[in-house]
Design a protein around this ligand. Structure first.
Ligand SMILES: [Fe+2]
Ligand SMILES: [Fe+2]
Length: 301
């Protein structure tokens, strides 16, 4: 069975045990990005070795080590997350970002001419749409009554409410209404790995805010978030591997390094403002921010 076939849904065998969370959490800073990528691919089984992807990732990490995989980053997050108001806003920002990501994926999926790729992007969009609500559920469980009932009701609109039975349609005017490229999947892969690392930090931080009676429900939501994010890392890696097989030898490694460089710059800027998940308005300000729609530069750029 090929890597892409092994991505088929339902994915009940894509298991994420509590043990995996503890294992990833104990990986030292500087090694988490690689550990997350390997853990995600491991869940797909032995067919998902993705040697071209892993070689390109390792090369990019050496050239452009990400600030979101450092001790300093974790310490700044940990200090900020002690403030309940900061933490509550961060959950709302996460919900906004997931909902926005879902819409981008829905457009990309609608424009893909590859049936498998289309289904994977559709499932990804449905996951992110659900995640917007999951972060709001974590807000309810960890900080009950923090926002007014009317505002809380409005927040539900952050999720576009996608479901698999709906037909994919490109969102009118979206820069993502275009066929997805390897560049899109590289940027998604980096973003998903960063989300998984944020997840590890957030899970630890939320445990300090959530009341004991709500903790097990919050944990169940977090477990399914981690499973989905690792799945997003895995399927984008598998698509990158497939595209790398037919690309020029240095194209994917060079582009991976370039996109890490972009991501690292944004992360460093955000860190100065204690932003860990920039919001939609913030992305709109920066042409380079989450520039999935930007044309791919030449491989040697
Ligand atoms: Fe997500
Ligand atoms: Fe994701």
């Amino acid at each position: 069975m090929g890597v892409i076939a092994s991505l088929a849904y339902p994915r009940s065998d894509f298991d994420v045990s509590t043990d995996l969370y503890a294992r990833l959490n104990s990986v030292p800073p500087g090694e988490k990005v690689g550990a997350v990528a390997r853990a995600a691919l491991d869940r797909l089984g032995p067919s998902a070795e993705c040697p071209l992807y892993l070689a390109a990732l390792n090369g990019a990490l050496l050239e452009e080590p990400p600030p979101f995989d450092t001790d300093e980053y974790a310490k700044i997050y940990h200090a900020a997350s002690k403030d309940p108001q900061w933490m509550a806003i961060s959950l709302i920002t996460n919900a906004e970002r997931e909902g926005d990501g879902a819409k981008r994926l829905w457009s990309l999926g609608a424009c893909s001419s590859d049936r498998e790729e289309q289904q994977l992007l559709k499932r990804h969009a449905v996951d992110e749409s659900r995640h917007a609500l999951a972060y709001l559920a974590l807000l309810d469980l960890s900080f009950p009554g923090t926002v007014s009932p009317a505002f809380r009701q409005e927040l539900n609109a952050l999720s576009p409410g996608y479901a698999m039975h709906q037909a994919l349609v490109a969102v009118a005017g979206s820069p993502y209404a275009k066929p997805p490229s390897v560049d899109d999947f590289l940027q998604m892969n980096i973003a998903e790995i960063r989300t998984a690392i944020h997840h590890l930090m957030q899970r630890q931080a939320l445990a300090e805010h959530c009341s004991p009676e709500n903790r097990s429900q919050a944990r169940m939501i977090q477990q399914s978030l981690l499973r989905d994010e690792l799945y997003h890392v895995a399927y984008t890696a598998a698509l990158i591997e497939r595209k790398a097989q037919s690309a020029a030898r240095n194209e994917v490694p060079a582009l991976f390094s370039k996109r890490f460089r972009d991501f690292n710059l944004i992360t460093t800027e955000e860190l100065g403002e204690k932003i860990f998940d920039c919001n939609v308005a913030c992305c709109a300000k920066r042409p380079s921010c989450r520039a999935k729609a930007a044309p791919a530069p030449p491989a040697d750029a």
